[in-house]
Ligand binder design. Structure first.
Ligand code: DC
Length: 225
């Protein structure tokens, strides 16, 4: 059976990583969370007090990002061999990631690595520019959306479950709206839907419905390839 590339793009907290992971497991494909790579660069910038674009660009050769498979089937992000999976998931690291993702050199640095990971195909990659920039020829492009309120509610619940001390719902909603604005208005590779992407609005879809829908699309594309 032919192996394909699946690009999953969309706004933050749309459940991209959940569906991308499920699909990768279903297809026995490799899953890559590119947001985690921007978060790792953001965390590095936070830890080293790199406040200017130039200082971040100069540090890129010292930033090595890997993914370590875990025995439970998940994977953890490594920053210079240190497991930073928990540290990159904070609001601070997310905001710093959003800022560093606007720097052209940071994007080039990460996009090259992402393209290399897709050489053998058989990959599900999620992010913001996967179907438009990283893999414009991906056989299946999904663009996930959900209303800002639904997404803020999901992220709020996630933050509460993680450390029990989440910011207020209003703060999380503001953060979602700010991040959407930055993601769609930045000069470098702004988030936009690829012309040939399939849009999936999951505001009112159960996880099971969404998974079935996406598996159907996947099987169709594999049989057409
Ligand atoms: O998906 P996420 O919230 O983990 O992403 C963190 C930040 O990285 C987000 O603000 C957008 C940015 N990002 C990006 O610009 N391009 C990608 N391919 C993935 C994430």
């Amino acid at each position: 059976m032919k192996r394909i590339i699946v690009a999953v793009d969309g706004y933050s907290s749309c459940g991209k990583s959940t569906i991308a992971k499920q699909l990768a497991a279903y297809a026995s494909y490799r899953y890559i969370d590119t947001g985690a790579m921007y978060r790792a660069v953001g965390l590095y910038a936070l830890r080293h007090n790199l406040s200017t674009d130039d200082s971040i660009i100069a540090a890129l050769p010292d930033i090595h990002i890997d993914f370590a498979p875990q025995s439970n089937g998940t994977q953890h992000t490594l920053l210079n061999s240190e497991d930073v999976e928990t540290q990159i998931r904070t609001l601070d690291a997310g905001n710093r990631a959003s800022q560093v993702s606007q720097i052209r050199e940071v994007r080039q640095f990460l996009v090259e690595q992402q393209q290399a990971m897709g050489k053998e195909k058989g990959i599900v990659m999620d992010g913001r520019d996967i179907g438009t920039v990283v893999f414009p020829d991906a056989e299946l492009k999904l663009f996930l959306t959900a209303s800002p309120e639904v997404r803020a509610q999901r992220r709020y619940k996630e933050l509460l479950e993680k450390d029990g001390a989440a910011p207020s719902f209003e703060e999380v909603l503001r953060d979602v709206n700010e991040r959407d604005y930055r993601d769609t208005h930045r000069a470098e590779s702004p988030l936009r839907q690829a012309e040939d992407a399939v849009v999936v609005d999951n505001s009112d879809m159960s996880r099971e419905e969404q998974f079935e829908h996406i598996c159907r699309l996947f099987n169709e594309r594999v049989s057409q390839s």
